[in-house]
Design a protein around this ligand. Structure first.
Ligand code: PRP
Ligand code: URA
Length: 212
């Protein structure tokens, strides 16, 4: 891709790159695959939340008053079923006050278009920052549809946290929603004829859940 969108952040963190090299390996078992998805997600979320807003807070330690800062924004984790599920638990441990709102989408294998099958968002938004969690950004149809859903809900600050993206998906998401930062561990070469990311890691849902 000649010009990368300004809002695309591909992590160079050595731990993320090391774990990704193991995750891609077709020989690893679902248990190890899930562990790596979890660990990479924590590290990516750490980077993606670097601009959360803080407020001053005074805390009484056993010795004196400490001038601290605490996150003020309420956070929603939005995993896209199924593959996004494996990204939730680790991140949630880092921010246990976050709400988790699941969105169910699958790609129609023939058209590659996203089909929504689960959405229990309440009428009004309940969080200030949404982190969309889905490891694969392929055509970008699922990610774009998820941002559409969240914006329609009224969400104002939305970030996409994925693991591997294809240029097609990054461009589509950025063109539709240039205000949404895209955090990835890698930007791969291309999509193949059936919409899989190459080299990618195969089917992220099947590899997590042992259904391939
Ligand atoms: C995968 C992935 C994304 C989507 C990406 O889900 O988790 O949601 O494909 O493809 P796109 O960018 O072309 O929309 P999939 O449809 O395989 O469902 P699953 O997670 O339930 O297996
Ligand atoms: N979904 C996946 O799980 N993998 C891909 O490469 C593309 C979509």
């Amino acid at each position: 891709m000649a010009d990368l969108p300004a809002n695309l952040r591909i992590s160079n963190h050595p731990l993320i790159q090391h774990k990704l090299s193991i995750l891609r390996d077709k020989r690893i078992e679902p248990k190890k695959f899930r562990e790596l998805i979890r660990e990479i997600s924590i590290l990516l979320a750490y980077e993606a939340t670097a601009d959360l807003r803080l407020t001053d807070k005074e805390v009484e330690t056993p010795l004196a008053t400490a001038h601290c800062r605490a996150v003020v924004e309420t956070i929603g984790l939005v995993p896209v079923l199924r593959a996004g599920l494996g990204m939730v638990e680790g991140i949630w441990e880092m921010m246990p006050g976050a709400e988790v709102w699941h969105i169910g989408l699958f790609r129609d294998e023939r058209t590659l278009r996203p089909v929504q099958y689960y959405n229990k968002l309440p009428i009004n938004p309940t969080v200030q920052v949404c982190l969309i969690l889905d490891p694969m950004l392929a055509t970008g149809g699922s990610a774009t549809a998820t941002v559409d859903i969240l914006k329609h809900w009224g969400a104002e600050r939305i970030k996409y946290v994925g693991i591997i993206g294809a240029p097609e998906g990054v461009n589509r998401l950025h063109t539709a929603h240039p205000d949404v930062p895209i955090h990835l561990a890698a930007l791969d070469e291309r999509l193949n004829e059936i919409g899989y990311i190459v080299p990618g890691l195969g089917d992220a849902g099947d590899r997590q859940f042992g259904t391939g």
